[in-house]
Design a protein around this ligand. Structure first.
Ligand SMILES: O=C(O)C1=C[C@@H](OP(=O)(O)O)[C@@H](O)[C@H](O)C1
Ligand SMILES: C=C(OP(=O)(O)O)C(=O)O
Length: 643
């Protein structure tokens, strides 16, 4: 499985220009396609969900041109799609499946509507029931109440009252409302049951109004689409920034100091998810808002948990569930039953992954309660994302407490393809000084001194390979048995505690320093599966205020984003002499020739191996310590780190 390791974060600050709103983008595309005239769409979201909508519209005969600067020009068909049949695949885009099903059901053609397997588990029965009242001919091709669907030409009988349930998804009402102007006949839609996600209906009505159709509404119960309604292009239309996508950055500001500003949504937004800022403010965050921007800062006294009915912000509420990890006291999010029928069962997914971080979670049919742990624990197997963009994005916040592995990170492409790149632009990661170099170069001594001088943590990555060699030997696993040694590495039960190193509870500081384990370390370190098994483990050593790591691939593989990278070396003769003195100093008998020979062989093996071979990377400073004292070498590294 693909994964992304996020570095632990120290702070967040900066400005992000948001990608376009998914909800507005897909509404604007559909209405531009159905309208009279050509529409120039600016700031449209470019993501999986809008991609499937664009492709479907093209397939239905709508002229769509992509121009410079992300401008999309849609030639409206004036109500009827020219292409009367087709298999329309809409991925996992609820906004596309629900609204296109309604429009196609009234379009007089023969269409199949399908999506990814998860879409075939997301309900659509309430919408189909509503459309059937208008005479639509719709059949379920799989399970009753779920896509895929077969739509056939039918005698549509508009007018009167159509009833639709609103308590599973507001997208059913949205779909009906957006399709009804195709009939030109006054029709009333009555909502049965309590309508959920109400602000999305406001987006629908506001977007329809931009295209010249004004729905008359009576509270959240009755909506009248007037006679003679017809979509007309507004000419040029700008898509607002995505308010749900804004939530991750606002939370970053609230947790990580801030201020973090998002541009593209603000006080004047038509998206309900801007109310996420109010929820953050209730947790204590300092929020400021302009017409087209929102800014969040952390409160002096830290965030506090809240209890909130989140029915009006179902998507952004997921961000509250992970922000809760950094608040004092529990956070209870209620009235979120719809989470269970979205990209995944979001209540179950959030509960499971939050627990992996050490939080105490209680879940019910329509609520989740999160009590944070004192310190986050980071699961070595990573945070699973369930092909749900929002799970991936909202869990990135947990990087404020620890290095974090996010599995299948590319699922963010549903609404925010470059989310993780943008995250990096407004966050500061815990700094790393990476010191790499050959065996016996003195890098361990220098690294430990640099760490002590700065008050930072220290990672002796070589020790992990020595420990793996020792543990393999004790388990009777041969050093060249790649999968066997990798399994040992993955299970390594080791505690570093100042000078002490314990393997399975036993002090092994001395046992791993023998020449034999040194050579074993070099052998197991050449095995790719072993290096992979130890990768995240090493990254977990990165903790505030900073880390000094020494090894062979600190700068090139383990911490490629290290601010300071040093390649520390010395001539092989000097290294042999140092190793010789070190051994003699410990009362271990030694002669210089075999040490020299062994170092030469080890250098050869380390530089020739296929994974992470030892060499100075382009971005590393060269520090030859042949003629330097330890203090001089340390001073040099500190100077580079400070520059
Ligand atoms: O209409 C829309 O654009 C949306 C409505 C909401 O769904 P529900 O109405 O199913 O809650 C929301 O979760 C979804 O991301 C987008
Ligand atoms: C629920 C969501 O998407 P969809 O439009 O597929 O319903 C979402 O984006 O969180």
């Amino acid at each position: 499985m693909e994964f992304l390791d996020l570095p632990p974060l120290l702070s967040a600050r900066g400005t992000v220009r948001l990608p376009g709103s998914k909800s507005i983008s897909n509404r604007v595309l559909l209405l531009s396609a159905l309208a009279d005239g050509e529409t120039e769409v600016r700031d449209l979201l470019a993501s999986d969900d809008t991609h499937v909508m664009l492709e479907a519209l093209k397939q239905l005969g709508v002229g769509i041109r992509h121009e410079a600067g992300g401008v999309v020009r849609v030639a409206g068909v004036g109500g009827l799609f020219p292409v009367k049949s087709g298999d329309i695949f809409l991925g996992n885009a609820g906004t596309a499946v629900r609204s296109l099903t309604a429009a196609l059901a009234l379009a007089g053609g023969q269409y199949k509507v399908s999506g990814v397997p998860r879409m075939h588990e997301r309900p659509i029965g309430d919408l189909v029931d509503g459309l059937r009242q208008l005479g639509a001919d719709i059949a379920y091709l799989g399970n009753e109440g779920f896509p895929p669907l077969q739509l056939k030409p039918a005698q549509i009988k508009p007018g009167g009252v159509v009833k639709v349930r609103g308590d599973v998804s507001s997208q059913f009402l949205t779909g009906l409302l957006m399709a009804l102007p195709l009939t030109g006949v006054e029709t009333t839609v009555e909502v049965v049951g309590e309508l959920i996600s109400k602000p999305y209906i406001e987006i629908t009505l506001a977007t329809m109004a931009r295209f010249g159709v004004n729905v008359v509404r009576d509270g959240w119960q009755r909506f009248v689409v007037p006679a003679g309604s017809r979509y007309r292009s507004p000419g040029t239309i700008y898509v607002e920034g995505d308010a749900s996508s804004a939530s991750y950055f606002l939370a970053l500001g609230a947790i990580g100091g801030g201020p973090v500003r998002v541009e593209g949504v603000g006080r004047d937004s038509i998206q309900g998810d801007v109310r996420f800022a109010d929820a953050l403010a209730r947790m204590g965050a300092v929020i400021e808002m302009g017409d087209n921007w929102i800014e969040a800062k952390a409160p002096a006294g830290g965030l506090t948990g809240i209890t909130l009915d989140c029915n009006h912000i179902p998507d952004a509420a997921m961000t509250l569930a992970t922000t809760a990890l950094f608040a004092a006291g529990p956070t209870m999010l209620t009235n979120i039953a719809s989470w269970r029928v979205k990209e995944t069962d979001r209540i179950a997914a959030m509960a499971k992954e939050l627990r992996k971080l050490g939080a105490e979670v209680e879940e019910g049919a329509d609520y989740i309660r999160v009590t944070p742990a004192k310190a986050l624990s980071s699961p070595p197997e990573g945070i699973d994302t369930y092909d749900d963009h929002r799970v991936a994005m909202c869990f990135s916040l947990a990087a404020f407490g620890t290095a974090l592995r996010i599995n299948d990170p590319k699922c963010v492409a549903k609404t925010f393809p470059d989310y993780f790149e943008r995250l990096a632009t407004v966050t500061e990661a815990v700094p790393v000084i990476a010191i790499d170099g050959p065996s016996a170069s003195g890098k361990g001594t220098v690294a430990a001194c640099v760490a002590a001088a700065l008050g930072w943590h220290y990672l002796d990555s070589g020790a992990l390979y020595r420990l793996t060699a020792l543990a393999a030997r004790r388990a009777g696993v041969a050093w060249d048995d790649e999968s066997g040694v990798a399994a040992v590495a993955a299970r390594l039960d080791v505690v570093f505690d100042g000078e002490s190193i314990r393997l399975a509870g036993e002090e092994v500081g001395e046992a791993i320093r023998t020449e034999e384990m040194s050579s074993g370390a070099s052998k197991v370190a050449a095995l790719p599966a072993v290096r992979a098994a130890l990768l995240f483990r090493q990254r977990l050593f990165r903790r505030a205020p900073g880390l000094v790591g020494d090894g062979r691939d600190m700068g090139s593989v383990v911490f490629p984003d290290a601010k300071t990278k040093v390649f520390l070396t010395a001539s092989v003769e000097i290294r042999a002499e140092r190793r010789y003195k070190q051994l003699i100093g410990k009362g271990i008998e030694a002669t210089i020739q075999p040490i020299l020979q062994d170092l030469r062989e080890r250098d050869e093996r380390d530089s020739q191996r296929s994974v992470a071979p030892l060499r100075q990377s382009d971005d590393a400073e060269l520090l030859d310590t042949s003629a330097l004292t330890i203090d001089e070498a340390v001073a040099k590294v500190l100077a580079w780190a400070a520059s």
